[in-house]
Design a protein around this ligand. Structure first.
Ligand code: GLN
Length: 547
């Protein structure tokens, strides 16, 4: 049976609960324990799949095809444990399950209520895979006191009561604001936040206090006293230069020790921090900088491409260089020549995206990279744009485009080099979809195998000819253009195992130009940089020496 750490937050949002949870996962691993991290989100969307990246940041896709919160990306990057569908749930999903059961008569005519029906559904979710790991870390989204969060708080209270004593602990993150006028850190909001928690039956065992200033012992003791927490379980959390410092930083201030103490695990196994020491060594001892342009649509909110930004950092770590990524709005290239904007960069990355806006600009960016020999990585839509560019400018399909844009505009304007996929094979069964199915969950989602061409650039980059990568898209490059495009130098170097779906294209006689239909960024880790990102940064580094 697993031990459970429930992680909640108070005072303000965006305190770094996800990061603290992920870092704690890494620290427990460093002490030899197995972990799984889970996110419980109070919002009413059934999943984040249809939420705007502008509002909610990136949608993180798991191997088993769930569209989840970006915090699961942090969890994977820090622990290397692949998240599953059952590691992310929202109020919307819980209510939808409960209502579905109600319609099927599963509750035998009972009146359906938040307690016990909704809370039972949440508890069932929390306990999935209970036997598999030593520790289950469950983060509750939002802050204590939010109306939507109440069923989750109530469910974890019940859960802890129902388990044997000592199997569950509560960790609460708060903020200590600094009042410049009086030069003081204020503890009152933390006291109120804990009071709020206690009023719903939850007593935190560990308090993590975010602060921009050192927390004096006197204040720590005060927090401990007023919040009914042991002084050494009041853990300071200071701002960090890099998120990857978090495991070492939290270890230094005793987070893992406080958690193990709360469970009464003594003596605590000694930690092996070498993985994180190596990560920090690579990060802090970089020689030189390469500049990468990310030409995309959702450029206002960095979280919209969170995993790409992180994967580029990992690519830098693999090559011991610093990667400076700059976000450029693709629409600029619809008005202006890309040259003056892009010539200062050592590599160009066109990320995934949905909808027509900005796509002509992305096509021009791909053209610029191809013609000028600049390393290029096209991800999902970025691969589709590279194919359309080659079809138009090399293969003579002058009005090449994607069915996605025609579907949006309601008219036929393009020759669909990228078309809507209506059926495909997953494992050994066939999946069928229609364009007007519900927007949520109508995509090719999750891990699929690709077979790489012997002797191709990607086979060299990966060091193998069979890979598994995560997908999230509706449209596919049409295989019928393969011969025409290959004759012009755009090689289809990765295919689905049945040979029907192009997974990777690359430009022959180019230093490094690769487009992939999947999302490699989702699998990159600081301690295991993804080969495509390591490869792109290596090519950028070589290129930076040339200029
Ligand atoms: N909009 C494209 C599709 O659905 C690409 C999706 C993506 O980049 N994730 O195929």
């Amino acid at each position: 049976m697993a031990r459970y750490v429930f992680i909640t937050g108070g005072v303000v949002s965006s305190l770094g609960k996800g990061l603290a949870s992920a870092a704690l996962g890494a620290l427990l691993q460093a002490r030899g324990f197995s972990v799984r991290l889970r996110k419980l989100d109070p919002y009413l969307n059934v999943d984040p799949g249809t939420m705007s990246p502008f509002e909610h940041g990136e949608v993180f896709v798991t191997d088993d095809g769930a569209e989840t919160d970006l915090d699961l990306g942090h969890y994977e990057r820090f622990t290397g444990v692949s998240a599953r569908k059952t590691d992310s749930v929202s109020s919307g999903r819980i209510y939808s399950n409960v209502l579905e059961k109600e319609r099927k008569g599963a509750y035998l005519g009972k009146t359906i209520q938040v307690i016990p029906h909704v809370t039972n559904e949440i508890k069932d979710f929390i306990a999935v895979g209970d036997e598999e790991v030593d520790f289950m870390l469950c983060e509750i989204g939002g802050t204590v006191g939010d109306i939507e969060g109440l069923p989750f708080f109530e469910a974890i209270r019940q859960f802890a009561q129902e388990r044997p004593r000592g199997q569950c602990i509560f960790m609460h993150l708060t903020l200590l604001p600094y009042l410049a006028a009086s030069g003081e850190l204020k503890t009152k909001p933390t006291q109120h936040s804990v009071k709020e928690l206690r009023s719903i039956g939850l007593q935190p065992d560990v308090l993590v206090c975010r602060s921009e200033h050192p927390i004096p012992d006197k204040e720590r003791a005060k927090i401990a006293l007023f919040c009914n927490v042991r002084p050494d379980s009041v853990i300071p959390a200071y701002d960090l230069k890099s998120i990857y410092e978090a495991p070492l930083a939290y270890h230094r201030v005793g987070l893992d020790q406080a958690v193990l103490d709360a469970f009464g695990i003594s003596p605590a196994p000694k930690p092996d921090m070498s993985r994180w020491e190596d990560v920090m060594d690579r990060l802090t001892h970089a020689e030189g900088t390469v500049k990468v342009a990310i030409v995309g649509k959702y450029v206002q909110l960095e979280d919209a491409y969170k995993s790409i930004a992180e994967a580029l950092t990992h690519g830098g770590m693999a090559n011991r260089v610093k990667v400076k990524a700059e976000w450029i709005d693709a629409e600029i290239f619809e008005r202006e020549d890309p040259g003056p904007h892009l010539e200062q960069f050592n590599a160009i990355l066109v990320p995934g995206g949905f909808g027509e806006r900005g796509t002509e600009g992305k096509i021009r960016a791909a053209q610029y990279a191809r013609e000028k020999g600049i390393p290029y990585l096209g991800i999902c839509l970025g691969m589709q744009m590279a194919v359309i560019e080659a079809a138009r400018n090399l293969a003579g399909v002058t009005n090449a485009g994607s069915e996605e844009f025609d579907h949006e505009a309601g008219k036929k304007r393009f020759t669909p080099v990228v078309y809507h996929l209506k059926e495909w094979v997953q494992g050994n069964h066939r999946v069928e979809r229609k364009l007007d199915d519900d927007k949520g969950g109508t995509m090719r989602l999750g891990a699929y195998t690709a077979i790489l061409k012997e002797g191709s650039k990607v086979a060299e980059v990966y060091g193998t000819t069979q890979i598994e990568e995560r997908h999230r898209h509706r449209y596919e490059v049409d295989i019928k253009y393969r011969d025409k495009l290959e004759a012009c130098g755009l090689v289809f170097s990765g295919m689905s195992p049945d040979g029907r779906l192009p997974e990777i294209v690359e430009v022959k006689d180019h230093p490094w130009f690769i487009g992939v239909q999947f999302h490699p960024e989702l699998k990159s880790k600081p301690f295991a940089p993804h080969p495509l990102f390591a490869g792109l940064v290596k090519a950028a580094k070589e290129q930076s020496r040339l200029v």
